[in-house]
Design a protein around this ligand. Structure first.
Ligand code: SF4
Length: 500
C-alpha cells in the first residue's frame, strides 16, 4: 500500500458556454476562495465537456493561474487536428499552463446550426508522445517548410484518464492496456473516470502495481445532483455507471447544504485514501467552495474508519468481470487474477478471420509463398500505367469485406481483420476511449458494439490477445487517403487515388 502522507485534493471546474456572466464569475470566486484557503492543490478545467461548446480552458486557466493556484488544463482530441493541437500546446507553454490532462474526449454534440464534424485526427496516446517530444526539445519534421530545427524544451506535466468501471472483460482489458501505452508515451499521473465501487477502485491499483506503473493515481469523487444522477443511471452520460440502489440513496439525500451528499463524498474520499490512492479529484455540479472544504475536512476526521465504509461502495452485480479474485473476508480483491474461459466465435466471424489470415499469409508476408510473384505482377501493372486499376481492384475487394474506406495505410492485421477506420466511431488506433457502456459504442448505444470489444473477443477466442495493443500506431497520413495500401506494401510507394 502507498503511504498517504501527501494526499492531494483537486477540484474540477466546468466553464460555461459564454465568455462572461454569473456562471464564470462564480468559478473565479470559487478559485479565489481555494487560493485563500489552501486545501486544494489544483483546479482542473474541462475542455468542451460532454462534447458541448464552452469557454476554452486556456482562457480560464490564465485567470486562475494569476490568482495563485495551479490550473490543470483538460486537453481533448475531439475538436482539433494535429496542427491545431501543436499550435495550442505552443500557446499553453507560452502562457505557462503546463499541467495537462490529455484525453480522447466525448463525441461532439449539438453546436452552431447542428452537429459539428468530429475530428479525432490523433488520439490521446499520440498527443502524449508529442508532448514528451516537446519536453525534450521538439524536432520539426525536416520535410516541413522550415523543418529540421529543434525547439527549446517545454516543461509540460501531462496526465491521463482510465476507467476501471467497465462491465465486460473486453472493455476493461482495453482500458488497462491503453493505460500502459499512455504511461509509456509520457503520462505522469492518472485520474480515474467517475465511479463508486471500492473493489473496482482497488483493482486499478493492483493492476498498476502488477504492470510496474509507478505514477501518482487520483480517484474521482463525483457528486451528481439528483437530476444528473438520474441521467447517468439511464446511461446517457458516456461511459458512466450509477446503479439503481445508489440512485435511491442519492434521491433521499437531505440536510443543510445537502449534508448527506457531502458525507457520502467524505466517506468515498476516506476509502480511496485507505486503499492507497495519492489523492482525489472532486467534481459535481452546484458544489460551493464551502461544501468542498467541509467534505475534505470531514474526510480527514473520519479517515481511520475507512474499512467501516467499504460496504457502502459495493455494487458487485454491476460488473460481469473483475480482473482479480474476490477476497471474501473484506469484499475487496485478492492478488490472484480471475481465471477466464475461452469463448467461441460465431462461425461466420471465425471463417472471416481465418480466411483473411490465410490470404494475408499467402500474398502479403514478405518472403513467403506468393509475395514475390504478386510483387512482380504489381510492378508490371504499375509500369504499364495501371495504378488506378489496382487501386479500384483493392477497393472492390475490401469494401464489401471490411467496409474499407481506403485510408491508404491498412492496419487490418493489427485488429483481427476488423477495420478501425470504418468500425470505430472515433477512428481510434491506439485503444478504446472511455465512452463504451455494457460493450456498446458511445455513439451508437444498443446498435453497434464497441470496436475494441469486438477485436478483443476475436483475439480472446483465438488465444491471440497478446498481440493486442502491443505497440503505438502512428496516426493516419491524410496524404494517403484513397490510395492503395496493397501497392504500398509491395512497392513501398504511393499510387494514384481511386477514381471517384
Ligand atoms: S484500415 Fe484503411 S485500408 Fe484497411 S480496411 Fe480500414 S480503411 Fe481500408
Amino acid at each position: 500500500m502507498k503511504k498517504d502522507h501527501d494526499f492531494k485534493y483537486t477540484f474540477e471546474l466546468v466553464p460555461a458556454r459564454a465568455s462572461r456572466g454569473k456562471a464564470l464569475d462564480d468559478i473565479i470566486s470559487f478559485a479565489q476562495k481555494a487560493v485563500d484557503d489552501g486545501i486544494l492543490s489544483a483546479l482542473s478545467i474541462t475542455d468542451n465537456a460532454g462534447g458541448h461548446p464552452a469557454l476554452s480552458p486556456t482562457a480560464l486557466g490564465r485567470e486562475i493561474q494569476t490568482l495563485g493556484i495551479t490550473p490543470i488544463i483538460h486537453f481533448s482530441c475531439k475538436d482539433k487536428n494535429r496542427n491545431l493541437i501543436e499550435s495550442q500546446l505552443f500557446e499553453l507553454d507560452r502562457h505557462g499552463l503546463r499541467n495537462l490532462l490529455v484525453l480522447t474526449g466525448d463525441y461532439p454534440r449539438y453546436g452552431y446550426k447542428g452537429i459539428p464534424k468530429p475530428v479525432f485526427d490523433i488520439d490521446s496516446v499520440v498527443v502524449l508522445e508529442m508532448i514528451s517530444q516537446m519536453k525534450k526539445g521538439f524536432l520539426i519534421d525536416p520535410r516541413a517548410p522550415g523543418g529540421g530545427t529543434r525547439l527549446s524544451p517545454m516543461p509540460f506535466r501531462p496526465g491521463c484518464v482510465v476507467s476501471p468501471f467497465k462491465r465486460l472483460e473486453g472493455e476493461l482489458i482495453g482500458q488497462y492496456l491503453k493505460l500502459k501505452k499512455k504511461v509509456e508515451s509520457g503520462a505522469e499521473y492518472v485520474i480515474t473516470q467517475m465511479g463508486f465501487d471500492a473493489r473496482k477502485f482497488q483493482e486499478l491499483l493492483f493492476f498498476m502495481e502488477e504492470a510496474g506503473i509507478d505514477i501518482p493515481v487520483y480517484g474521482t469523487v463525483f457528486l451528481p445532483s439528483p437530476r444528473l444522477a438520474r441521467a447517468i443511471n439511464k446511461g446517457v452520460v458516456p461511459g458512466c455507471v450509477l446503479p439503481d440502489e445508489l440512485l435511491s440513496r442519492m434521491e433521499s439525500w437531505k440536510g443543510p447544504g445537502k449534508r448527506d451528499r457531502l458525507e457520502f463524498g467524505a466517506r468515498l474520499i476516506a476509502v480511496l485514501r485507505g486503499l492507497g490512492y495519492n489523492g482525489v479529484h472532486i467534481s459535481g455540479p452546484g458544489l460551493a467552495y464551502e461544501d468542498v472544504a467541509w467534505m475534505i475536512n470531514r474526510s480527514e476526521a473520519i479517515k481511520d474508519l475507512w474499512w467501516d465504509f467499504i460496504g457502502e461502495f459495493e455494487f458487485p452485480h454491476l460488473w460481469e468481470f473483475f480482473l482479480y479474485e474476490k477476497d471474501e473476508k473484506n469484499g475487496l480483491n485478492k492478488r490472484e487474477r480471475t481465471k477466464t474461459q475461452r469463448t467461441k466465435l460465431p462461425i461466420g466471424e471465425y471463417l472471416s478471420y481465418r480466411t483473411s489470415s490465410f490470404v494475408h499469409e499467402l500474398f502479403f508476408e514478405e518472403g513467403k509463398y506468393l509475395f514475390g510473384p504478386t510483387k512482380t505482377l504489381i510492378r508490371l501493372l504499375e509500369k504499364g500505367g495501371l495504378n488506378g486499376v489496382l487501386t479500384s481492384f483493392e477497393k472492390a475487394v475490401k469494401a464489401p469485406l471490411y467496409e474499407c474506406q481506403m485510408c491508404g495505410n491498412c492496419v487490418l492485421t493489427e485488429f483481427a481483420y476488423l477495420c478501425p477506420q470504418s468500425q470505430c466511431a472515433k477512428g481510434l488506433l491506439n485503444g478504446p476511449c472511455g465512452g463504451s457502456r455494457d460493450g456498446w459504442c458511445e455513439v451508437w448505444p444498443g446498435e453497434k458494439p464497441c470496436f475494441y470489444v469486438r477485436v478483443y473477443k476475436r483475439l480472446r477466442a483465438l488465444e491471440q490477445q497478446c498481440t493486442f495493443l502491443k505497440h503505438t500506431l502512428s496516426p493516419r497520413d491524410w496524404e494517403e487517403w484513397k490510395r492503395s495500401s496493397w501497392v504500398k506494401v509491395f512497392l513501398k510507394k504511393r499510387v494514384d487515388k481511386v477514381p471517384s
